[in-house]
Design a protein around this ligand. Sequence first.
Ligand SMILES: Nc1ncnc2c1ncn2[C@@H]1O[C@H](COP(=O)(O)OP(=O)(O)O)[C@@H](O)[C@H]1O
Ligand SMILES: [Mg+2]
Length: 162
Amino acid sequence: MSGLTLTTDSPEATQAFGRHIGEALGIGDVVLLAGTLGAGKTTLTQGIAWGAGVTEYAHSPTFVLVHEYAGRIPIYHLDLYRFEGAYAVDDLAEVEDLGIDEMLETGACIVEWAERAAQVFPGDFLEISLAEGDTPDQRIVTLAAHGTRYEEMIAALESFTE
Ligand SMILES: Nc1ncnc2c1ncn2[C@@H]1O[C@H](COP(=O)(O)OP(=O)(O)O)[C@@H](O)[C@H]1O
Ligand SMILES: [Mg+2]
């Protein structure tokens, strides 16, 4: 499994790196974001969406599970924050009803708190973890590839981390 770690020093730097990810995104791609509240998942998602050609972007209220943005391809931004965990059966059914497979036939999914319903996502995905750094505006961003598609994506992103 290949990986990549970088440090960003501002929200803008996180978004700028996200743009490169968004430029690389294609139909069927899955990006699962990990990290605590305030880690920068939504901030990174904005950059990814911009890179994918999205021009309008609203901060999604957390009670809305999925937002679709029109870019070069549709970008589906999912936020599963309000799920307590993967083991609440009714909750899982609700996530299944979102039709993630259908979304992936036309666009790409970026998911916050995916670990709360990990079973509904494909086995191949790009995992991105965000954690606080040494200063308030610093974040450690770690990419891990699950599947060859994402190994190639990470290899292409390496040049943007210097
Ligand atoms: N380097 C950084 N990268 C991303 N966000 C940062 C960074 N430094 C400070 N921040 C701030 O941290 C917060 C991250 O919020 P958000 O992206 O909504 O987090 P999450 O979606 O993980 O809960 C924002 O207020 C943002 O301005
Ligand atoms: Mg968020």
